[in-house]
Design a protein around this ligand. Structure first.
Ligand SMILES: NC(=O)c1ccc[n+]([C@@H]2O[C@H](COP(=O)([O-])OP(=O)(O)OC[C@H]3O[C@@H](n4cnc5c(N)ncnc54)[C@H](OP(=O)(O)O)[C@@H]3O)[C@@H](O)[C@H]2O)c1
Length: 250
């Protein structure tokens, strides 16, 4: 298949692009900066294109001859506002709208859309509220476009911004003050996320559905940070912070 993977240069996208190429697909990854995607060029059937995916004319060009489009674009800081900040509106809501419409116009039959676990209109963060609106925008063009939405928990793997970040911090800190140490996580491995996307491409039963993606076990934050310390060789004392100090640290 010919696949357009928007947001394919990032942590999850790079893993997904590798998997899709290994399955024999052709992958086109648009990027804002060639430099941030050039690591993908070692993949034999991957191509990158510097493009502004927010520009509808450019999106139309990118959609040409594609069999499916994957949208992985996501940001963590989108500003303040109700129901979400302007940055979130642009990246998580308007862009999925443009991608879905462009796919429909170009006759691309399939869209895989990345959301996040617990995305909901009344969720406690602008990130999650905007992710919920993005899902709705992606589904809005059905049935002419077969849409599947994925909602992963926090994703871990080589190059992540979660366990790897804690491992790095532990290297330099004699002890780690930890906000909300009892917070629960059910992390999912990046390769499993990539496998779910790749498997759903042609699976009809996934059309029109949304899937939560979680690993097999729940852990407290304290357990996860202790694990990152142990396996990176920098086990340190972890000092759990009470709620007020947790907010201050955040
Ligand atoms: N990582 C997690 O734990 C996790 C958990 C749940 C859901 N997710 C979701 O999964 C998706 C991928 O996450 P990730 O961790 O792989 O993120 P990432 O490494 O930050 O990659 C994000 C990608 O989106 C592109 N991008 C970012 N801002 C953009 C903008 N304003 N306009 C156009 N493109 C933009 C970047 O492309 P260029 O810089 O090359 O242009 C990059 O390829 C996101 O939607 C995220 O919300 C992630």
């Amino acid at each position: 298949m010919n696949l357009l993977v928007v947001g394919g240069s990032g942590f999850i996208g790079s893993r997904l692009a590798a998997r899709l190429c290994a399955l024999g697909h052709n992958v086109l990854v648009p990027t804002r900066h060639y430099e941030s995607a050039k690591h993908l060029l070692v993949l034999p059937t991957a191509a990158i294109a510097e493009a502004d995916v927010h520009d509808e004319a450019e999106l139309a060009r990118l959609m040409r001859d594609q069999d499916a489009v994957v949208n992985l674009v996501g940001i963590l800081k989108g500003g303040e506002g109700e129901p979400y900040g302007a940055g979130f509106a642009r990246a998580h809501v308007e862009l999925p709208q443009k991608i879905a419409r462009a796919a429909q116009r170009a006759g691309v039959p399939r869209l895989l859309h990345m959301s996040a676990l617990q995305a909901h209109a009344r969720a406690p963060s602008g990130y999650l509220r905007s992710k919920a609106a993005g899902e709705a925008a992606a589904f809005a063009v059905a049935p002419s476009l077969a849409v599947t939405v994925f909602r992963p928990s926090v994703v871990f793997g080589r190059g992540d911004a979660f366990l790897t970040l804690f491992a790095r911090l532990l290297k330099f800190l004699p002890a780690m003050p930890l906000a909300c140490p009892q917070a629960l996580f059910q992390p999912v491995w990046v390769a499993d996320v990539a496998a779910a996307f790749a498997a759903s491409l042609t699976r009809h039963e996934s059309f029109g559905r949304a899937y939560d993606l979680c690993g097999p076990r729940r852990y407290t934050l304290r357990e996860l940070v202790a694990y990152a310390g142990r396996v990176s060789g920098h086990a340190r004392p972890l000092l759990g912070l009470p709620t007020t100090l947790s907010y201050l640290q955040a």
